[in-house]
Write a protein that binds this ligand. Structure first.
Ligand code: 8X3
Length: 266
């Protein structure tokens, strides 16, 4: 895809005004855009000239972001079909979808699995990604040059102790994405899976239920990636020519070799 034309003049709330007016700009939808990788990616794509539709449950956060980048804020819950349907109805076009919403809850062995945590992880990472991707697929194909970036994780590549709820959900999300790559062969849509290792965002705060000390401990003693590192990679993907499909990108901090091996663990 070449750079989008730059006319991102509209800042509207789909919550109160379901009109998205991108002008001549290509439209990128970013889920989970209220913080971290999603927020940074929205800024990166806006800087490339996309009109970015920033979706998240925390509408106040995406609203402020949309004002900053000249995009559109949408109160979006990808686990809710009516929320996704409202977005689709408001979208005049879509060229890029960044599946970023998702996350981890808890760390427990399979023997001690917390069913509610597994349900949340599968609802968001797997079924949520399926719901929004399926809904936007006709528009992405119709664009003639669509792009789907799914932010999975190195947890989509490895299993680790006490992580099966998250690793299984990320594996499933990845297989959904990789299957779509096969099924869309011949259609004008590129698909890229980005698999990040440790990135210092709200990820660990969510995983540990808001326990700041426990979240901080994850990143102490090493240098994790930051959200901008991933956003720049997604920006690189989005700015390649249409003939170039980056299938899968695995990115970890230098200080991390696998999900459970890093310079602290040796
Ligand atoms: C999270 C990857 O390495 O922080 O998706 O567990 S890691």
């Amino acid at each position: 895809m070449t750079s989008a034309s730059s006319d991102p003049t509209t800042t509207t709330s789909a919550g109160s005004d379901p009109t998205i007016s991108p002008g001549d700009a290509k439209v990128a939808v970013v889920t989970g855009a209220s913080s971290g990788i999603g927020e940074a990616t929205a800024k990166e794509l806006a800087a490339q000239g996309f009109h970015v539709v920033v979706g998240a449950r925390r509408f106040d956060r995406v609203s402020a972001l949309a004002r900053e980048i000249g995009g559109t804020a949408v109160e979006l819950d990808i686990t809710d079909q009516s929320s996704v349907d409202a977005l689709v109805a408001a979208l005049p076009r879509v060229d890029v979808l960044v599946n970023n919403a998702g996350g981890a809850k808890g760390m427990a062995s399979v023997a001690d699995a917390v069913i509610d945590d597994w349900t949340w992880m599968w609802e968001t990472n797997v079924l949520g990604t399926l719901r929004i991707t399926k809904a936007l697929l006709p528009g992405l194909i119709a664009s003639g040059d669509g792009l789907i970036v799914t932010v999975t994780s190195t947890a989509a590549l490895e299993a680790y102790d006490n992580g099966a709820g998250y690793t299984s959900a990320k594996h499933a999300e990845a297989v959904l994405h990789r299957t779509l790559r096969l099924e869309l062969l011949g259609q004008p849509v590129r698909l890229t899976e980005v698999c990040p290792g440790m990135v210092e965002t709200e990820f660990s705060m969510v995983r540990f239920g808001g326990d700041q000390a426990r979240a901080d401990a994850v990143y102490e003693g090493l240098t994790p990636l930051i959200a901008d590192d991933i956003a720049e990679i997604i920006g690189f993907v989005a700015s390649r020519p249409s003939r170039v499909n980056l299938d899968q990108i695995v990115v970890r901090p230098r200080d991390q070799a696998t999900s459970r091996r890093n310079i602290k663990t040796g």
